[in-house]
Design a protein. Structure first.
Length: 378
């Protein structure tokens, strides 16, 4: 399960480091090459609700196998693409299928674990997704230069095929008699978590995009800026370790508060100074916040509508991606004269997120009574 999370984030972040090489080999413009990332992320995000609905209707393993078959075919098509247009289509298809892997894993965790055990498994899953992100960021470009950029996509094909073989022996725990009701994914509390996902995605992932460009503006090479920006993954790994040790003691509401405070400090530092040291620390703190804040909101999403868990998780993930894209689009014009104003505005938005997320989760926990009180440990 954790390795599948690694693979999904490896494939998602592997294309960007290879864009310069693809531009040279395929003879396309930078604008065209960037579309490889754009169409992948777009299909990745828009496919989330589809996979969630199918998972609640058809079952977790059936949908997971279908997604892995699609990931194999899409990756093989990426390797064999005879031209840029074919490669663009292949990456879009791959993004659609790979987009099912992480929400499927998150849903299975929600089905299989309760209480603090669920929180620990979500943290473990986050650790492996962070490793996937870091490995892709640091090695995809090198593999493309030393061997061939097609090898990077071949890794996904081999990995997905291996998981298909392993899944033949997997049996999921019984669902405990939970009645499936997809409509429950669109009641008040799930809709509220989707709204929080939009805001959190905008702040945490959308503005994270500017860390590497801000480092390059300070005079660093693209390679070194990428390495320092990848400290975000180090923050997630370290934060996940801390989160696993903390969650059983303080509960989810406090975890959301800790993550929000960490995110506030990260962007406060970045708004005051865009030095190399400060931005590197900011990247680490954003990763640490991810381990506390994002994992807690994900845990809430697995719990807020048990009768439609896969749908709820998938729509939440989609909301996070849409928020990330919207933030980048809305703030792009603010970067013409530097990044300080973007980080300052994000710092203020983090306060709003903290108040809404901490306050609403506390209310939800009280209203769900003894069950909710135990779930606060998730």
């Amino acid at each position: 399960m954790r390795a599948a999370g690694f693979l999904s984030f490896y494939d998602r972040f592997a294309t960007a480091p290879m864009l310069v090489l693809i531009i040279k080999e395929e003879g396309v413009s930078l604008y065209s090459a960037v579309q490889l990332v754009t169409v992948y992320v777009l299909l990745y995000a828009l496919g989330q609700p589809v996979w969630g609905l199918l998972s609640d209707r058809l079952g977790r393993l059936r949908v997971l196998r279908l997604a892995l078959v699609g990931a194999v075919l899409g990756s093989v098509a990426s390797v064999a693409a005879p031209g840029f247009a074919a490669l663009l289509v292949a990456r879009a298809v791959t993004g659609f299928f790979v987009g099912s892997l992480f929400p499927s894993m998150l849903t299975i965790v929600g089905d299989s674990y309760t209480g603090a055990a669920r929180a620990r498994e979500i943290s473990n899953l986050q650790t492996f997704t962070a490793l996937g992100t870091t490995v892709a960021t640091l090695t995809a470009g090198a593999l493309a230069v030393w061997v061939d950029w097609r090898v990077v996509f071949a890794v996904t094909a081999v990995g997905a095929a291996a998981f298909l073989v392993l899944l033949r022996r997997v049996r999921l725990p019984a669902g405990g008699g939970t009645r499936h009701d997809v409509r429950s994914a669109f009641t008040a509390w799930p809709l509220w978590t989707y709204g929080l996902g939009l805001l959190e995605g905008a702040i945490l992932l959308g503005i994270l995009t500017y860390i590497v460009p801000a480092l390059e503006r300070d005079g660093l090479s693209t390679e070194l800026a990428g390495v320092l920006g990848a400290m975000y993954g180090v923050g997630i790994i370290g934060g996940a370790h801390l989160a696993k040790r903390t969650v059983a003691r303080v509960g989810r509401t406090v975890m959301i508060g800790i993550g929000s405070a960490t995110l506030f400090v990260a962007f406060l530092l970045a708004s005051l100074s865009q030095s190399v040291v400060t931005l590197t620390v900011t990247a680490v703190l954003i990763g640490t916040s991810n381990a506390f804040l994002h994992s807690s909101l994900q845990g809430w999403a697995t719990d807020v509508a048990p009768a439609a868990r896969a749908t709820t998780v998938s729509v939440f993930v989609c909301s996070v991606f849409l928020g990330s894209s919207a933030a980048t689009a809305l703030t792009a014009g603010m970067t013409r004269h530097g990044y300080g104003s973007v980080f300052a505005a994000t710092c203020a938005a983090t306060v709003v997120l903290a108040v809404l997320a901490v306050g609403s989760h506390a209310v939800w926990s009280r209203r769900t009574g003894p069950i909710g009180a135990s779930r606060t440990q998730v």
